[in-house]
Every structure is written in structure tokens, then in C-alpha cells.
Ligand binder design. Structure first.
Ligand code: BTN
Length: 268
């Protein structure tokens, strides 16, 4: 079993998906930056996987940073989005779909239950296991948009050993599965399940929505959400099929398209 990612394991993963393009980087500031640059190039031929052994300045949502360890997975991939509805108002749905795909992939590796924390985190045991980012490159109205999906997963390290301040907030697959996992198999599983989950967006299905809601860790909790328009407080009713969070405020329901959850009660 291999616990740290290598070029050979990344190549084996894309071979299994039938993808042709791999960008392997021993070290990079951000795979998302590199993937966004590739997505803008007319000559690029998605799907393309950009993956790094070490990422020194990983970008998270908003002002977040993504800290990486050697035994983590940090990758971004570029796909043509012709089979996925990708108006800007569909991005929250794409984010939930990717998070659900990560949950499906990770759960194959042990007795671990993963949840989706709207809008872009995957949680296990009440702590963050994975975060994701999605960027869209619309090159021209006549060409399919390109989707740049960036994923960071804590895999075979123990986040608290990397940084004591992460003890209460971060967890790894190894900790949840009581032992290391094969990182090449996990990468293959992640890519397959994420793509499968994104493709399901093309056919909105009640069953898929209900699976998202079964995974939504915020449902039923009181939250405070910060957005560009200020703070919103309310009780989470659930996720909508556009990826919006449905909140109840004094008996009135309200859809939230984007924002950061800054308070949760009871805590996760
Ligand atoms: C978040 O938690 O806010 C999102 C984190 C996303 C991190 C991944 S790691 C691979 C890819 N490259 C980046 O710079 N960011 C994403």
C-alpha cells in the first residue's frame, strides 16, 4: 500500500478513467491556479488532472487557505462542462454535487460516515475532512464552459501533528478508518465519484436531492451566515436542488445562495 501520492499513482488513476492529460508537480503554490491557467488555453484538451505532491499556498473559498501535508491529496481537474448545467446560479449545486461525490468515494475505504457542510466542505466525526473549490471558465458563448474543480483531502496524516490548532477542527481519512489507506486507490475513487455526481446534475432527480439532504450536517441546526449583504440567522431546513440553503426565520423560509457559515448551534 502506498500512503503518499506519486506521479505513477496519479497516472494510474487517470488511466483508469480514460483521461489523457496529467500535470504532475513536485511542488506548486496552488494546483487551482495552474488548472485555471490551463482552462483558459484554447489548445488545452480536458479532462486534465493537475496534482501536486506539495502545495505551498493552497487557495480556499473566500479568504481561506488550504494547508497541505505530504500524505494529503491536493488536486484540481479541468473538464468541459457540456453535459452539466453551468449557469452561474448552478454553481452552488455543482459544489454540493462534488462534496457528495467526495463522501461517496471516501466511504468505500472504511467504516466512516461523511457529511456535506454547505456550501463546500466535507465533514466526518464533526471535523473537516475535505474542502473544495469550483471555478468556471466561459471562453465564448459558442464553446462549452470549462469547469475547474479543486479538491483537498486530509488522507494519511494526522492534522493535529501538523498544527496543534487543528485538533478541534480537522480530521483525516486515516483517523476515521483506523489506519492508512491506499492513496492511489482513493484518488481514483474520488475522481470517478466526483465526475459521476456532477453528471447527475444534468438530470435533477428527487432521489439525488434526498441523498444530499441525508448528508447535510447543518439540517435542523441554528446557524449564522455571513454574506456580502450582511449576516443572516435562522434554522436550516435543508438543501434545495440548485444547491441553495433553505433557512427558516421566524416562520418564514428563505433561500441562501452563497455565504460562509460562521456559527452553528448545536455544534457539529
Ligand atoms: C476550502 O476549504 O475553502 C476549499 C479548499 C480547497 C483546497 C484545494 S487543494 C487543491 C486545490 N488547489 C487550491 O489552491 N485549492 C484547492
Amino acid at each position: 500500500m502506498q500512503t503518499e501520492i506519486t506521479r505513477e499513482l496519479a497516472q494510474a488513476a487517470i488511466d483508469q478513467l480514460g483521461w489523457k492529460s496529467l500535470v504532475w508537480l513536485d511542488e506548486v503554490d496552488s494546483t487551482q491556479r495552474v488548472a485555471n491557467e490551463l482552462a483558459a488555453e484554447a489548445s488545452a484538451a480536458p479532462p486534465i488532472l493537475v496534482i501536486a505532491a506539495r502545495q505551498t499556498a493552497g487557495r480556499g473559498r473566500g479568504q481561506n487557505h488550504w494547508r497541505s501535508a505530504n500524505a494529503a491529496l491536493t488536486f484540481s481537474f479541468v473538464i468541459d462542462a457540456d453535459s452539466i448545467p453551468l449557469a452561474n446560479d448552478q454553481l452552488p449545486a455543482a459544489s454540493i454535487a462534488v462534496a457528495a461525490g467526495i463522501c461517496n468515494a471516501v466511504e468505500r475505504f472504511g467504516d466512516i460516515h461523511c457529511g456535506v457542510k454547505w456550501p463546500n466542505d466535507v465533514y466526518a466525526r464533526g471535523k473537516k475532512l475535505s474542502g473544495l473549490l469550483i471555478d468556471v471558465k466561459q471562453r465564448s458563448p459558442s464553446l462549452p464552459a470549462r469547469l475547474v474543480v479543486g479538491v483537498g483531502v486530509n488522507v494519511n496524516h494526522t492534522p493535529v501533528e501538523q498544527d496543534a490548532s487543528l485538533a478541534a477542527t480537522a480530521v483525516s481519512v486515516r483517523e476515521c478508518c483506523s489506519g492508512p489507506v491506499d492513496i492511489g486507490d482513493l484518488l481514483t475513487s474520488l475522481l470517478m465519484h466526483i465526475v459521476q455526481s456532477l453528471e447527475m446534475l444534468a438530470e435533477p432527480a428527487d432521489a439525488e436531492m434526498s441523498r444530499w439532504n441525508d448528508r447535510s450536517v447543518l439540517n435542523g441546526r441554528e446557524v449564522c451566515i455571513e454574506s456580502s449583504t450582511g449576516q443572516l440567522r435562522g434554522r436550516v431546513i435543508g438543501l434545495q436542488n440548485g444547491g441553495q440553503l433553505l433557512l427558516e426565520q421566524q416562520g418564514v423560509s428563505r433561500e441562501v445562495i452563497t455565504g460562509s457559515v460562521v456559527e452553528i448551534s448545536p455544534p457539529l
